[in-house]
Design a protein around this ligand. Structure first.
Ligand code: NDP
Ligand SMILES: O=CC(=O)O
Length: 295
């Protein structure tokens, strides 16, 4: 199966490498074209534009930063829409809002192409290990045809029905994750400020009912203030913002998520947006520091 791949960031690069290592022929494109070289060394072909990739491949996957990137790659000059046609499939695995996905889906189907949204849960390591959880929605036939690739990229795929449902599911999951990361950061801060040993807190958490892989993986690096990006904080804040918009639309009150979003915004304003999302701990520490200073 020949697959096109648009977007070679943290996730896209790992996913494209996985496909190559499992015998897929892959043609890649990235806005910063130099990033394609590493993939070429793994055996990928390079497409000069998104349109060139679509032209060459029956199926093309996109893994881009946000709604504006996802729209730009489809609608701009030399974009997907210029050449997509009958019999071609476009699978957008970026985390975007349902409206963005729907806009892309309608434009592609209008040209005779097939569309699937398929955002993923799981970060850099699961992407490298082919252990993502895939949240697909859209054209069922395309979902069935692309399963061999999904089987390489993920440990489980869900087919969720109409376009928008994959985006919504992903935003709900990441809204919960971002809120948890904030509660965790506040807990670490409270333990520290009240004279407890934070490593002991991690050990206690890991043995109880709220043990989870995220606390286990991020806790030790957070205690070392080490935030090499697996999931960039700016993307987590984008997901909180999009989840809150979904809440607005459905009149769902989400005060916990709204507070978490503020903390991620604060972290961005401190220049932490390109670090891992666990760097929100630094923003929480700053907030707690100024609060205790005014006591
Ligand atoms: N990292 C993670 O743990 C996870 C991320 N996600 C989601 O996956 C998506 C990708 O994440 P990740 O790989 O971490 O992000 P990165 O920031 O590492 O990569 C973003 C990619 O988008 C491209 N891009 C950005 N803006 C544009 C634009 N205007 N036009 C064309 N291309 C553009 C970048 O190109 P360039 O190299 O030129 O900048 C790059 O290839 C995001 O939606 C994210 O929320 C989902 C699950 C986990
Ligand atoms: O979107 C991020 C993730 O870890 O999943």
């Amino acid at each position: 199966m020949e697959i096109g791949f648009l977007g070679l960031g943290i996730m896209g690069k790992a996913m494209a490498v996985n496909l190559l290592r499992h015998g897929f022929k892959v043609t890649v494109w990235n806005r910063t074209l130099s990033k394609c070289e590493e993939l070429a060394a793994e055996g990928a072909s390079i497409g000069e534009t998104p349109a060139a990739v679509i032209k060459k491949c029956k199926y093309t996957i996109a893994m881009l930063s946000d709604p504006s990137a996802a729209l730009s790659v489809v609608f701009d000059k030399d974009g997907v829409l210029e050449v997509i046609c009958d019999g071609k499939g476009y699978i957008d695995m970026s985390t975007v809002d349902p409206d963005t996905s729907l806009k892309i889906s309608e434009a592609i189907e209008h040209k005779g192409g097939y569309f699937l949204e398929a955002p993923v849960s799981g970060s850099k390591k699961p992407a490298e290990d082919g252990q993502l959880v895939i949240l697909a929605a859209g054209k069922k036939e395309l979902y069935e045809e692309i399963i061999p690739a999904f089987d390489v990229l993920g440990k489980k795929s869900f087919y969720l029905g109409q376009v928008g449902n994959g985006a919504k599911m992903k935003l709900v999951v990441n809204m919960i994750m971002g809120s948890m990361m904030n509660a965790f950061s506040e807990g670490l801060c409270l333990a520290d400020r009240s004279g407890l040993n934070c490593q002991t807190l991690l050990d206690v958490l890991d043995l109880g009912g709220i043990a989870n892989p995220m606390f286990k993986m991020k806790g030790p690096t957070m205690l070392q203030s080490s935030y090499s990006p697996a999931f960039p904080l700016k993307h987590q804040q984008k997901d909180m913002r999009l989840a809150l918009a979904l809440g607005d639309e459905n009149a769902v009150s989400m005060p916990v998520a709204a507070a978490a979003n503020e903390a991620f915004k604060k972290a961005r304003s401190l220049g932490l947006g390109d670090l891992d999302f666990s760097a929100v701990y630094e923003a929480v520490k700053v907030a707690e520091g100024s609060a205790s200073g005014t006591k």
